[in-house]
Design a protein around this ligand. Structure first.
Ligand SMILES: [Zn+2]
Length: 102
């Protein structure tokens, strides 16, 4: 799907319509996460003192879970205001195989 690089959109910070740059959100590195699965794994190891209760000896997720079955992904667009340079997200993503900014 083709998307325009910049659109005129409402900016909640300027409280009016301004020119916005559109970009896909980048995936964050696992090491930069401070909460969620990484922290939970550390906690589970600590509570028994014996390790991760066999969680790491499980097969890869693709073997036992319906993983990667969908061919499309929901978009996670970020709009950066050209006036105040602040970024906000889209309200709801839509499904698309590939997003191109033209
Ligand atoms: Zn703004």
């Amino acid at each position: 799907m083709k998307m325009p690089k910049s659109v005129k959109r409402y900016c909640p910070y300027c409280r009016k319509h301004t020119e916005h740059k559109v970009a896909m959100a980048k995936k964050k590195a696992a090491s930069s996460l401070t909460w969620g699965s990484k922290y939970r794994m550390m906690k589970r190891g600590k509570c028994t003192g014996t390790g991760n209760r066999g969680k790491l000896s499980k097969k890869a997720m693709s073997g036992w879970k319906r993983y990667g079955k969908k061919s499309t992904k929901k978009t996670d667009l970020r709009y950066t205001c050209g006036v105040c340079k602040k970024t906000h997200c889209q309200r709801e993503g839509f499904r698309a195989k590939k997003i191109e900014f033209t």
